[in-house]
Design a protein around this ligand. Structure first.
Ligand code: PLP
Length: 264
């Protein structure tokens, strides 16, 4: 059997030495969902399940060169961004996405790791909104990230809608506000908003610490499905099920926040 038609999907993100989040989670997700994974690394983190112990951003030119190497030979059908760290790296990525005309971009607006380490400088939020969101098809903030992007405090579902409208105003086509950090007791509801779209994806809340890398995995799964030609609505549905299975069947690795199970 030939694989000439396999979808090629690119992740632009940070490396997690512990293998649970970042580039490593993205490539595992791509493999499980049957697409060919490629990567451009923005930063190297020294990390395990107990936390982030060091962050080493790459020079923007190293990011640009990785993207040119990919763009000159291996056109991605979809791509996602994760940890971008600085406005310089964001501007570099945006310039290359524009230069190659890459479509089907999923932006995971990674800001702070679960242990509290900053994965995006404060100065970079404006660049993310101004330069990258207008190029994106989907952005996947959790509730704290949606608050930062929208400038709103989110308490109610009406607040979520208002935040989504503000985020859509940057020019991104769809926003999925993830409910995992919410207060609901027994369900976690993610909501997809677009110009004429509101779709809710509910799943039972799982009481667990084994959630390291869930955000990366969710965005990577959306990108994988978009790469195969899925609609955003269907891609988010697949991603939600993929992450839910991963959380419900933890690997039990490490002494801290255990990693997402990509085989689930
Ligand atoms: N480390 C890297 C390199 C990441 O890209 C991400 C993504 O969000 C994280 C850590 C965060 O992981 P966590 O799910 O533990 O917040």
């Amino acid at each position: 059997m030939g694989y000439g038609n396999v979808a090629k999907v690119l992740t632009i993100a940070g490396s997690d030495s512990g293998g649970g989040a970042g580039i490593q989670a993205d490539l595992k997700t791509f493999q499980e969902l049957g697409v060919y994974g490629m990567s451009a690394i923005t930063a190297v983190t020294a990390q395990n399940t107990t936390g982030v112990h060091g962050v080493y951003p790459l020079p923007p030119e190293a990011v640009a060169q990785q993207l040119r190497a990919i763009g000159d030979d291996l056109e991605p059908q979809a791509l996602k961004t994760g940890m971008l760290f600085s406005s310089d790296i964001i501007e570099t990525v945006a310039a290359q996405v524009r230069a190659y005309g890459w479509r089907r971009l999923v932006v995971d607006p990674v800001m702070i790791a679960k242990g509290g380490a900053s994965l995006l400088r404060e100065e970079a939020v404006a660049a993310l909104c101004r330069s990258l969101l207008p190029l994106a098809e989907v952005v996947t903030p959790n509730l704290p990230e949606a608050e930062t992007l929208s400038g709103l405090t989110i308490r109610t579902y009406a607040d979520r809608l208002e935040a989504a409208e503000r985020i859509l105003a940057y020019g991104v086509k769809y926003v999925v506000i993830k409910g995992g950090h919410g207060e609901e007791l027994d369900t976690s509801v993610d909501v997809l908003y677009g110009a004429d779209t509101v779709v809710e994806y509910a799943a039972p809340r799982v009481a667990t610490k084994q959630t390291h890398g869930t955000g990366c995995t969710f965005a990577a799964a959306i990108a994988a499905e978009l790469g195969k030609g899925a609609s955003v609505r269907d891609a988010v549905s697949v991603a939600k099920s993929f992450v839910q299975a991963a959380i419900e069947h933890p690997l039990g690795i490490g002494s801290g926040h255990g990693p997402t199970n990509h085989w689930a």
